[in-house]
Write a protein that binds this ligand. Structure first.
Ligand SMILES: *Cc1c(COP(=O)(O)O)cnc(C)c1O
Length: 391
């Protein structure tokens, strides 16, 4: 039987991506720029309804340039969601700023508004210069509450929407709430350009800020015939070929969202009689893109996440743990962490002793296969294997 991926690239049946690439070949706009890059930005702005967008080489580069745009410098504090992929936090250290990690909401998985409020209290004499919130697995954070808290303290908000492209919260796309939004087109994201990212700018003077970001992303060349530089630049721009793939993929984004949502619904229905399994919680306020269908097992479940992952692996099916929180990562072990959790101490070999909601989510969670190329038979195979563990 064929290998089942967690999430793999899924090009359009119509071959849109190839058409855009072919056009780039035919006009020799392989590099440096060309029509696809500008059109991709324009089409994404129209899709999401945001002011400015700059296409970059990666989502990580987009977070880095958002921090640059805010003016983050050495020694500045940046609050960042703890439960996330390391790429949300790494760029803070590129600028020698100091990450302070914030715990998750116990029923939403993303940044806890209560913990964020507490962090602002704790750091009231040394306020952060930015806050980074993430919409994990396509599930929207409580972004309106988070945004209000940031506005109260007049601190810019960066929204890491790398996993949530197309998720709508209270009628608005994730990535367009914060002063800056970040999306990723990495290989396993809901749409992929083979690799790439985009920064969305919604802050005041968005156009001007986007121009500066574009300047940094193309080696900070001043307007002069010779090569003149007054600032340090980066080689972060998206190529015209990559943008061509992205444009083709954007045409099927809505279709992919429907497929991902159907996968989530299938799992939800299949596991409805297993009390130990809770699907990742989606609120009535959102239309999630359901990028990765993830579950939590009750702490006293006899079946553990590892049992599920191993049983699937034996059948050549890929799954993976929930992100290991940043405050539990060796590389960030000196960083401060703010939580409001008190009653959820966990202790195991992997993480030692910890009192946090994010640690608990890591301990009890699994990301299930969410590949849009899966068939009904594949989904039945997966759920039969998992349900069999409770027999
Ligand atoms: C994928 C991802 C990124 C990084 O995007 P790249 O395009 O791979 O650099 C950042 N944050 C989160 C939450 C991600 O999942």
């Amino acid at each position: 039987m064929a290998h089942i991926f967690l999430a793999s690239p899924h090009m359009s049946d119509e071959g849109y991506e190839k058409e855009y690439i072919k056009e780039a070949f035919d006009t020799n706009w392989i590099a440096p720029l060309g029509k696809n890059v500008n059109e991709f930005e324009k089409e994404m702005k129209e899709y999401l309804g945001c002011q400015s967008a700059v296409a970059l080489s990666a989502g990580t580069a987009a977070i880095h340039l958002a921090l640059k745009s805010i003016g983050i410098k050495q020694g500045d504090i940046v609050f960042c969601q703890s439960l996330t992929f390391s790429a949300s936090a790494n760029p803070i250290t590129y600028e020698k700023a100091i990450p302070v990690f914030i715990d998750s909401d116990k029923d939403n998985w993303n940044m806890s508004p209560e913990a964020l409020k507490k962090a602002f209290e704790v750091y009231k004499d040394n306020l952060p210069k930015a806050v980074i919130v993430v919409h994990l697995y396509g599930m929207s954070a409580k972004i309106d509450e988070i945004k209000n808290i940031c506005q109260e303290y007049n601190v810019p908000l960066i929204e890491d929407a790398a996993e949530s492209l197309g998720t709508i919260y209270k009628g608005q796309y994730t990535g367009t709430f914060g002063d800056y939004g970040i999306i990723s087109f990495n290989g396993n994201k809901i749409i992929t350009s083979s690799g790439g990212g985009m920064i969305l700018v919604n802050a005041e003077n968005a156009e001007e800020k986007a121009k500066k970001i574009l300047y940094w992303s193309t080696q900070a060349r001043d307007a002069a015939r010779h090569y003149q530089h007054t600032e340090i630049g980066y080689n972060y721009r998206m190529s015209n070929i990559v943008a061509g793939i992205g444009r083709g993929q954007l045409k099927v984004l809505n279709q992919r969202i429907e497929q991902k949502r159907a996968i989530y619904s299938y799992y939800k229905e299949a596991f409805k009689d297993i009390d130990d399994i809770e699907m990742m919680p989606l609120s009535d306020d959102e239309r999630s893109n359901c990028w990765l269908s993830s579950i939590q097992l009750k702490p006293d479940s006899k079946v553990k996440p590892l049992d599920i992952m191993v049983a699937l692996e034996e059948n050549d099916i890929e799954s993976r743990p929930i992100w290991k929180p940043m405050h539990l990562q060796p590389v960030f072990h000196d960083c401060d962490f703010i939580t409001t959790a008190e009653d959820v101490t966990i202790s195991n070999e992997e993480i030692g002793s910890d009192t946090s909601y994010s640690g608990q989510l890591f301990e009890h969670g699994v990301c299930l296969p969410s590949d849009t190329k899966m068939t009904m038979d594949d989904l039945e195979r997966i759920t039969t294997i998992i349900k069999g563990l409770w027999k």
